[in-house]
Design a protein. Structure first.
Length: 85
């Protein structure tokens, strides 16, 4: 299927974030699991991942394994995509 970040309305409705603040941590707001999570496969084996903690005025770092644990806790299975291809 087609991948999209979604419209501003959909970002607010499903993830509770504004455009420019899209972050993997927003899956915590998707309790109904309406969002399909696509993650760049290059992040799986790299160093820390820097992401916004729901707002783009801050950044936090998390290890890939810890981010996977976060996804599991929110009930989201990442779909690994090679965006470089």
């Amino acid at each position: 299927g087609r991948l999209s970040f979604g419209s501003p309305d959909r970002l607010r409705r499903f993830l509770g974030v504004e455009p420019g603040s899209v972050t993997p941590f927003a899956t915590i707001n998707d309790a109904d699991h309406k969002v399909r999570l696509a993650v760049d496969s290059g992040l799986r084996d790299g160093g820390p991942i820097n992401a916004h903690p729901l707002v783009n005025t801050m950044t936090t770092a998390i290890a890939p394994a810890d981010l996977l644990r976060f996804f599991a806790a929110t009930g989201h299975v990442p779909h690994w995509v090679d965006f470089a291809a």
